[in-house]
Design a protein around this ligand. Structure first.
Ligand code: S3P
Length: 424
């Protein structure tokens, strides 16, 4: 993909469905009793991997173009897969499914692509083994392929060593199969879509302070309306906020407060952002985001806000590169364990474009404003790095050519087409 300097971004647009909510809708619908109907589902590669994995477990899932229909099997209705389950590039598929598979009295083997096979899995294997599942994998059980023989789980009290919604969700899902109570304590709140959706599927799950408790139970099929993904909207929000004369409305975006750190940071950087048409569906806040272009200033980003914007850091760095002054991002060492080592890839690729950025052990320091000179960069197969680099091109002196940009299909299949419609 090649992007070039534009004058402004204008118009009304939508972004594809929320990735986290799309994954969870298939998972919970599959283990619920009765039929579920999902609209707004993200047909990106990651969520399609989740569908394929649940088909492998005997669940009938059909896509009629408008809706995804899942014939739920009930909490104990999944079947032993006849073959290896492939989560592709998707950490959410592998980690959340591990929680469900830990509850099954059969053998499952799960693998993924090169990137996923190099990402840490001990973080889910450890609590799930404590609950009674047998889990092994490469590198002494730390890496996929993972082999899971589940069943006979017992509830545990688990304090998460890292603020990870994937680990939290894996333990919650296993808790739906465990005898006794499962209690999870989060150091810092992370996205809570699993908790909200378990409730929306008729389940009983409680939160008191930073502790979540759940017990063995049945769930019941629902209609799920997936909102637009704020993590996908973020690329357009930053582009419009940093480009004078822009005026963009992104309609129907998920505004769950555990995900809106990007709005808080852009406002702190001086961006003109408003929310309209606020409503709630399936326990999730939804609304339109309206952005007007202007000048941005640097910000200090760290602490409790990090889990609320972890996936948006690559594009926040682009905003910081265009902003006046220094931006400091700390407490984000988790970036090293994403689809690529996002501290390294962001620093290396943005440096190639002429941006002044320093690598820190747990984040980055960006000195702005920068004149982006353009050039050839690489996404390293990481969808969010590819899209962040594409946005750089809209501000760049020369064109920006992004190699390996096909990975954008992981979360935003028609990104380029969507972008072309709103740039002038
Ligand atoms: C996700 C949780 C986050 C996020 C990922 C999606 C989820 O990962 O980065 O893109 O859907 O639960 P961690 O749980 O590893 O922080």
């Amino acid at each position: 993909m090649i992007t070039r300097k534009v004058h402004c971004l204008q118009g009304n647009m939508t972004v594809p469905g929320d990735k986290s909510i799309s994954h969870r809708s298939i998972m919970l619908a599959s283990i619920s009793q009765g039929k579920s109907v999902i609209t707004g589902f993200l047909r990106g590669e990651d969520c399609l991997s989740t569908i394929e994995c649940f088909r492998g477990l005997g669940v009938q899932i059909t896509d009629n173009g408008d809706e995804i229909i899942v014939e739920g099997k009930g909490i104990n209705g999944l079947q032993e897969p006849k073959d290896i389950l492939n989560a592709g590039n998707s950490g959410t598929t592998m980690r959340l499914m591990s929680g469900i598979l830990a509850g099954q009295d059969f053998l499952s083997i799960m693998t993924g692509d090169d990137s996923l096979r190099s990402r840490p899995m001990a973080r889910i294997a450890s609590p799930l083994k404590e609950m009674g599942a047998k889990i092994d994998g490469r590198c002494n059980g730390k890496s996929a392929p993972l082999v899971i023989r589940g069943g006979n789980l017992k509830g545990i009290e688990y304090r998460l060593p890292v603020a990870s919604a994937q680990v939290k969700s894996a333990v919650i899902l296993a808790g739906l199969y465990a005898d006794g109570t499962t209690t999870i304590e989060e150091p810092v709140p992370s996205r809570d879509h699993t908790e909200r959706m378990v409730k929306a599927f008729g389940g009983n799950i409680k939160r008191e302070g930073n502790k979540i408790t759940v017990e063995k139970q049945e769930l019941y099929g629902q209609t799920v309306r997936v909102p637009g993904d704020i993590s996908s909207a973020a690329f357009f929000m930053v582009a419009a906020a940093a480009k004078e004369n822009s005026h963009l409305r992104i309609k129907n975006v998920g505004l769950n407060p555990t995900r809106t750190g990007i709005i808080d940071v852009l406002k702190e950087m001086g961006a003109d952002i408003k929310l309209e048409n606020l409503n709630t569906s399936g326990g999730e806040e939804i609304g339109d985001i309206i952005i007007k272009g202007g000048k941005l200033k640097g910000a200090t980003i760290g602490g409790e806000i990090i889990p609320r914007l972890i996936d948006e850091i690559p594009i926040i760095v682009v905003a910081a590169a265009l902003a006046e002054g220094t931006t400091l991002i700390t407490g984000a060492e988790e970036l090293k364990h994403k689809e690529s080592n996002r501290i390294l890839t962001v620093v290396e690729e943005l440096t190639k474009l002429g941006i002044k950025i320093e690598e820190l052990s747990d984040g980055m320091m960006i000195h702005g404003p920068n004149i982006i000179k353009g050039g050839t960069v690489n996404s390293y197969g990481d969808h969010r790095i590819a899209m962040a680099l594409a946005i750089c091109g809209l501000f760049s002196e020369g064109p920006v050519k992004i190699e390996n940009s096909e990975c954008i299909a992981v979360s935003f299949p028609n990104f380029e087409e969507t972008l072309r419609k709103i740039i002038f």
